[in-house]
Design a protein around this ligand. Structure first.
Ligand code: 6R9
Length: 644
């Protein structure tokens, strides 16, 4: 990116909070002023929402940046905060998890059930030789044992590293080796798209090259045949026979809680390290504040996988620390039919739904008539995470899922930030479709130029340390400094890697990764704005835009577009539509209609792969791709298309 980012899309629609929600909201307008007046006192107050075995001596140590410490000297146990204290408070009978398997089998776990399971799993881990400070890899389907495994690790102070159940042998092996994991927790398989999908063979192959692994703990989920080695133990034997008595030890506030590897690039994955007290403080506070959680009456559902940071912070640690009742679903949204999500919302009377733009655009593509067949009137709040949400997808979500009633919180954050950073507060903010609006109370973010000075369109920087910030990249402090803290070294800002703009009301609009920004005839154009213009055409469901090398303009815009079911439109009409909406400079050189787009497992479009196709280069690393066949289909389509 050379100068600043162009500001192309103008959005004038605005949706104030429903009055009832505003009146009873957990967090009101005054929170911003309170946090501005004394940021550390504000976070100290949020830390007191948790139960500490020993109070901290100091809130923040920032004497050795960028290595932060929060709540120094404090001691707590995360599993105790998520489970024991709720049972001690007399709400052990409250449902923690309504679990729904893909084939339709169900399990209901109360807080007491979850506590007993976690204590047994903690004892089993100890018996298997895992102790405080050891690393445990978790490679599991979306079953309750996945959450139990994480909580059991947290309980005994073992650092977990969850690896997406869809990742390959190579990805799993690399992550186990990088963290020197002593134990792997997995399952025989899980259900995906109507059939058992094996996990254990991948673990067997990976573990063959991982001398650090002493044991593999296996949950029986599908009952499919598995090869068995001397390292393997069944969950139902080991955890099943373990004692249900376990006292949660006090762990240091800075004790390493988890490592989570960021995906999606050709570089070696970065093991993002999170610790205990600061992480839980912010995960818990933001879950309560941003989703306005009323634990006695809400039924919350986050559709993420636990292999993604969203599953860590907003399925496991945030909701459970707040005593929430939630839905957990094993499978895909189209199995056995495309209304599965809406069926579950109707069945469990879900009040808060948290999902990703990729899912929303897919639902819009499948058609409005599908959600219309279900009773979604229980919903009172919707959330979005993972990518910029195109204004038209936001409007579709509000109308067809939220019945034009519910606020939508577009939450910006990263694996590295650990918890939500920029988001509306549902009882306070008048939301604009497509904007994450403003930093949460206690969070400092700016849109800055190359020199770190505030600007209308440029880089998103985080200007003050925050409790749930990453502490380092596992085993590589230099890379941590280089990746996140070198661009604004002088200012001491964290560089998020995202482009953003601030509108005249101060609202923040995320514009995608700066690596994806296109430089067309000297103009920096964000992929997000061109994609949003395309999605605003009634024929378009999804769009991915890349800058491909061009002899005359430097880079030229190439768009890959998925049409809505039944829609028919010429690519020239779409090119003209973009030119009319954003100006002639943004007119794509070429538009390719495709059936699918390459995405990561958390649904982010992998523009790097599309850029290679647009420039007719080799594909590069596709190991984190959700469906590898997509690329072959797109490049074949590209060869036969004519550039109009
Ligand atoms: C939570 C998560 C982080 C990257 C981030 C940004 C993109 C996430 C977003 C968003 C625009 C939002 N991103 N939420 N962009 N608006 N509401 O997604 O973590 O998987 O580490 O990805 O995702 O580009 O930098 P992670």
């Amino acid at each position: 990116m050379s100068e600043t980012l162009e500001n192309l899309l103008q959005e004038t629609r605005q949706f104030p909070p429903p009055p009832e929600l505003a009146a009873s909201a957990n967090v009101k307008e005054d929170a911003y002023a309170e946090a501005d007046a004394d940021r550390l006192a504000f976070w100290e107050k949020q830390a007191r929402r948790l139960t500490w075995f020993k109070e901290w001596d100091q809130v923040l140590d920032w004497s050795n940046p960028p290595f932060a410490k929060w709540f120094i000297g404090g001691q707590l146990n995360i599993a105790y905060n998520c489970l024991d204290r709720h049972v001690e408070a007399g709400i052990g009978d409250r449902v923690a998890i309504h679990w729904e398997g893909e084939p339709g089998d169900t399990r209901t776990l109360t807080y007491s059930d979850l506590l007993t399971e976690t204590k047994k799993a903690a004892n089993a881990l100890l018996e298997l030789g895992v102790s405080e400070g050891d690393r445990v890899a978790i490679y599991m389907p979306m079953i309750p044992e996945a959450a139990v495994a994480m909580l059991a690790c947290a309980r005994i102070g073992a650092t977990h590293s969850v690896v997406f159940g869809g990742f390959s042998v190579d990805a799993l092996r690399g992550r186990i080796q990088d963290a020197d994991a002593k134990l792997v927790i997995t399952a025989d398989g899980g259900y995906r798209r109507g059939a058992p999908s094996a996990l254990k063979p991948t673990v067997d192959e990976a573990v063959a090259d991982c001398p650090s692994v002493e044991k593999v703990l296996v949950v029986r989920r599908t009952g499919q045949d598995v090869a068995w080695s001397s390292k393997d133990v069944w969950w139902h034997d080991t955890v099943g026979n373990a004692s249900g008595d376990h006292v949660a030890p006090a762990l240091d506030s800075e004790h390493p809680l988890f490592i989570l590897y960021t995906s999606g690039t050709t570089a070696k994955p970065k093991g993002i390290l999170h610790t205990t007290g600061g992480y839980l403080t912010q995960a818990s506070y933001t879950h309560w504040a941003v989703f306005d959680l009323k634990p006695e009456s809400d039924v919350y559902w986050c559709t993420a996988d636990i292999g993604w940071v969203t599953g860590h912070s907003y399925i496991v640690y945030g909701p459970l620390s707040n005593g929430a009742t939630q839905v957990m679903y094993e499978g895909t949204p189209d199995t056995p039919h495309k209304g599965r999500f809406w069926e579950l919302i109707e069945k469990y009377r879900v009040t808060i739904l948290y999902t990703a733009p990729t899912a929303i655009r897919t639902f819009a593509k499948w058609g409005d008539d599908i959600p219309a067949q279900f009773d979604l009137s229980s919903l009172r709040l919707l959330g979005s995470v993972g990518e910029p949400i195109n204004p038209e997808a936001w409007m579709w979500y509000r109308e067809h899922i939220g019945g034009n009633r519910t606020p939508i919180v577009d939450t910006w954050w990263q694996t590295e930030t650990g918890a939500i950073m920029i988001s509306p507060l549902p009882g306070v903010t008048a939301c604009k479709p497509g904007s994450a609006m403003r930093p949460l109370p206690g969070i400092s973010a700016e849109v800055v130029n190359e020199e770190g000075k505030p600007t209308g369109g440029g880089y998103l920087a985080l200007t003050q340390p925050w409790p749930s910030m990453l502490r380092t990249i596992w085993g590589d402090d230099d890379r941590f400094i280089e990746t996140y803290w070198s661009r604004f070294r002088e200012q001491g800002f964290y560089f998020a890697g995202d482009g953003a703009k601030r509108d005249e009301d101060g609202a923040v609009w995320l514009l995608g990764r700066v690596d994806d920004v296109m430089l067309v005839s000297g103009h920096n154009i964000s992929t997000t704005e061109v994609e949003s213009a395309l999605v605003a055409h009634q024929a378009v469901a999804e769009a991915a835009v890349v800058g491909a090398t061009d002899p005359t303009t430097g880079q030229a815009i190439v768009a890959f577009v998925i049409l809505r079911g039944g829609a028919d439109v010429s690519t020239n009409e779409l090119r003209d539509h973009v030119a009319k909406t954003l100006g002639p400079i943004c007119k794509p050189r070429q538009i390719q209609i495709v059936a699918e787009l390459p995405k990561t497992r958390s649904g982010k479009i992998m523009r790097r792969l599309l850029r290679n196709i647009a420039e007719k280069k080799e594909l590069g690393d596709t190991t984190t791709l959700q469906d590898a066949t997509v690329m072959t289909l797109i490049s074949e389509g590209m060869k036969t298309s004519t550039e109009d």
